[in-house]
Write a protein that binds this ligand. Structure first.
Ligand code: F0G
Length: 354
């Protein structure tokens, strides 16, 4: 049967009524890929929830389709968000689809190139502020409180409703909830949404258990781990360069109620996991996404796993979003040679020796 998107597929679990438009770009239904090499290496069963295959290349499409559908239902003409890039791409795309205006606020010079390109080509009004994501979100909250503009950051509860469908999919794909779910934490909406989804599926009798939630912040932005906001967050993973997460409280609850944890990973660990995902599994995710696997590798080194556990690593965004980090990390400089068979054979031998 033709897949009809999230609102259609999970209608009974979502805040949908007769007046809600069944908006879709066929988001969701992303693959859960068994990580063969890494599972063997770590002695656990690692699955990759590859959210980079959503229509705009990140998990944000799940929440955005719901939030924009509700904005249309409520008669809104304009939506607005602050973003480290992925939310703005999703907002811009769904606004275009629904015929709404879209305004996005981004931190100047701290968003990946692909994401900026997306917001622009979908026709959003893009404003870069001389400040970070946290400041952008404050400004968006102030403006949307005073003007008839719908806020579509994850403080909008419909975003969380849409995003919880990823937990439903994981359960449907595995046949049950996994033992653990590892996930990057930035503004902390996604970990809150997954936990809500796992709880609801369990209550509905559609899974026999609930996973431990393992959330990972970047070391330079680990507000929750430290227990205080970080005024100047820094990390190579610009998507999670956030110092004062809006869903802080619900993220902590998710970790506590599930007997999991909120931990952190360094940029070095993120880049190592990022490279391993691509080179060992053939899965290209953006740097922030690799925080989930980086965290699992870290916990493995600390002896956290007993062996054989099923662990789902959420890969939140597509690697193509951030070409600059890929080029830097892999040192991509193709070897240029004359157009002869001999020159190419020589080059192959040279590369094999390297
Ligand atoms: N991974 C990616 C690729 C992201 O873009 C984000 C958040 C996260 C993880 C963290 O998710 O905020 O729910 O904890 N990006 C937001 C944005 C902030 O503006 O695109 P979270």
């Amino acid at each position: 049967m033709r897949y009809m998107g999230l609102l259609h597929t999970y209608q009974s679990m979502l805040p949908i009524n007769e007046a809600t438009p069944m908006l879709t770009l066929h988001e969701g239904n992303t693959p859960l890929i068994h990580a063969e090499a890494l599972s063997k290496e770590l002695g656990i069963n690692i699955y990759l929830k590859y959210e980079g295959l959503n229509p705009t290349g990140s998990f944000k499409d799940r929440g955005m389709v719901m939030a924009v559908a509700k904005a249309v239902e409520e008669g809104s003409r304009t939506i607005m968000c602050a973003s480290t890039g992925n939310t703005s791409a999703a907002a811009a795309a769904y606004a275009a689809r629904a015929g709404l205006n879209c305004i996005v606020l981004i931190p100047n010079n701290n968003i990946a190139l692909g994401k900026l390109a997306q917001a622009m080509i979908y026709g959003a009004k893009v404003i870069a502020i001389e400040g970070n994501f946290d400041r952008a979100l404050e400004i968006v909250r102030e403006i949307t409180a005073k003007h008839p503009i719908t806020l579509v950051n994850s403080v909008n509860p419909y975003r969380i409703e849409g995003q919880k469908t990823a937990a439903f999919e994981v359960c449907d794909q595995l046949g049950d909830a996994p033992d653990m779910l590892a996930i990057p934490v930035g503004n902390a909406g996604n970990i809150s949404a997954y936990w809500k989804g796992f709880k609801e599926y369990h209550e509905a009798g559609r899974s026999t258990k609930r996973p431990r939630m393992l959330g990972f912040e970047a070391e330079g932005a680990m507000a929750i781990v430290k227990g205080e906001p970080i005024l100047e967050p820094e990390t190579i993973a610009t998507a999670i360069r956030i110092g004062n997460p809006a869903s802080w409280k619900t993220a902590v609850e998710a970790a506590q109620q599930s007997e999991g944890q909120i931990n952190y990973v360094t940029d070095e660990q993120i880049l190592s996991a990022y490279q391993q995902l691509a080179a060992k599994e053939g899965v290209f995710a953006e740097p922030a996404s690799a925080a989930s696997l980086a965290g699992v590798i870290k916990l493995h080194q600390e002896g956290y796993f007993t062996g054989g556990e099923s662990v789902v690593c959420v890969l939140t965004g597509n690697g193509l979003k951030d070409p600059n980090v890929a080029i830097k990390t892999a040192g991509i400089e193709p070897l240029v040679v004359p157009d002869t068979e001999e020159a190419v054979m020589e080059a192959i031998q040279r590369l094999e020796r390297e």
